[in-house]
Design a protein around this ligand. Structure first.
Ligand code: AMP
Ligand code: GLY
Length: 429
């Protein structure tokens, strides 16, 4: 244990990602004090939570000061793009997560596409438009399926994978003219459709240094068999065997290293998680997106597999001492099933009581996401994605069996979850 590790931490956010961050940081041999804002019912059971929303930058800064925090770990993208880390750094409070310039890699798909193209990093061909007529002309010169994306943050809903040109035209009009995504939709990207398995590579970055975290695979659609609308993520597992060591090597050389170099060359001092969304196409891996934060629910399966002290890793990234950092990973498999409120990602009920049995199958941890305490102190649903039921086991099959056994034991009238998390991998020869 390094005597120079921080002693008092603030974790910002309220999802399953923040719950696993809190857990992993509490497990540090440095035994830090951890607080969270705003947190959720599960996090509040472990550390003090303060009711400051993640988009209240002044409130979070004031909290960090009044609680004499010496390290802030930022979970979600919104405070990053609103400049929380810029403010903290002005006050000399170290933080994990990029400043607003780095968060733009997630907040603007056009900014990212321009960097990818400028540095020759593999990505789908695309056109950038702010007016309908040239966008439609471009569409007509391509073929369906084709992808239409709003430029800005749209909580995962700003992407339409159009199966027909008519559908693409409708998306173009809705985004540019209809104000469907507000200011974030006025500029759009029209991008060729990529085919293949999708994987997320999480990279802890500090300037030109980086550490690649264990691989994982998300399930973004709401329904079994990858059907229905996109969500924030319905389940994950790690490792993702589809990313073989050879493929990871290729991804590092063609995508990760050039991305880290490109970002630094653009003058961005990125200290945080670069989440690279990749499509494994027959022609090779291709970047779909960058996010500037840990994935949710990727983090729920990746962090439990780290033997390395997470606090030491994040602190090294934040303080520019990441070079040569060696990561230790447990060989076990982990799998997370997201329990959502029925109706998500559209309208869903809130306030539904949740009963989690005291005794769960071995290796199972239930991370809270959209949960709260009601007036009677009961734990109730308070968001679309409610829980992340995560199991760690010697094999993916056992991890899936344990996680699903726990899902069936959890009581909640509106619970909904996919039955096939990991199934494609388990069925793969
Ligand atoms: P994004 O918000 O950029 O992560 O996009 C959401 C989802 O849309 C991705 O996870 C993919 O499943 C899909 N998607 C985005 N871009 C493409 C593309 N060029 N080709 C095929 N699918 C895509
Ligand atoms: N699970 C996808 C994301 O965090 O964006």
């Amino acid at each position: 244990m390094s005597p120079s590790l921080p002693r008092s931490l603030l974790v910002v956010g309220s999802g399953g990602r923040e719950h696993v961050l809190v857990r992993s940081l509490l497990a540090s041999p440095a035994r830090p004090r951890v607080i969270c804002a705003p947190g959720n019912a599960g996090i509040a059971g472990e550390v003090p939570c303060f009711p400051v929303p993640a988009d209240n930058i002044a409130g979070l800064v004031a909290l960090a000061q009044s609680e004499r925090v010496d390290f802030v770990i930022v979970g979600p993208e919104v405070p990053l793009s609103l400049g929380l880390v810029d403010e903290l750094s002005r006050l000399g409070i170290p933080a994990y997560g990029p400043k607003a310039d780095g968060a733009r890699l997630e907040a603007s798909k056009i900014f990212t596409k321009q960097i990818l193209l400028k540095y020759g990093i593999p990505t789908a061909a695309a056109g950038i438009f702010s007016e309908v007529a040239p966008a439609l002309a471009y569409l007509r010169a391509r073929s369906a399926p084709i992808v239409v994306k709003a430029d800005g943050l749209a909580a995962g809903k700003g992407v339409v994978v159009a199966q027909t040109l008519a559908e693409a035209e409708e998306a173009v009009r809705a985004m540019i003219e209809g104000g469907r995504f507000g200011a974030s939709g006025r500029q759009i990207l029209i991008e060729d459709c990529l085919f293949g398995d999708e994987t997320s590579i999480l990279v802890v970055v500090s300037g030109r240094d980086y550490v690649i975290l264990p691989t994982s695979q998300d399930h973004k659609r709401i329904g079994d068999g990858d059907t229905g609308p996109n969500t924030g993520g319905m389940g994950t597992y790690s490792p993702a065997p589809v990313v073989t060591p050879e493929l990871l090597d290729l991804i590092e050389h063609e995508i990760v290293r050039p991305s880290v170099e490109a970002i630094a060359t653009e003058g961005i001092d990125f200290r945080g998680t670069l989440f690279v969304g990749i499509m494994l196409t027959p022609a090779g891996p291709s970047v779909i997106e960058y996010n500037a934060r840990f994935g949710d629910p990727e983090t729920q399966v990746v962090l439990p597999r780290l033997e390395t002290d997470l606090l030491a890793l994040l602190w090294a990234a934040a303080t520019g001492t990441l070079a040569g950092f060696a990561l230790k990973v447990r060989p076990e498999h982990s799998l997370c099933v997201v329990i959502a409120a029925r109706g998500y990602p559209d309208a869903f009920p809130k306030g539904d009581p949740i009963k989690i049995p005291a005794s769960l199958p071995p290796g199972v941890t239930v991370y809270h996401a959209g949960t709260a305490h009601d007036a009677e102190g009961r734990t109730v649903t308070a968001g679309g994605r409610v829980l992340g039921v995560t199991a760690i086991a010697p094999s993916l099959r056992e991890a899936a069996d344990r996680a699903y056994a726990a899902c069936d034991q959890i009581g909640c009238a509106s619970k909904y979850f996919r039955r096939d998390i990991g199934a494609r991998q388990l069925d793969r020869p």
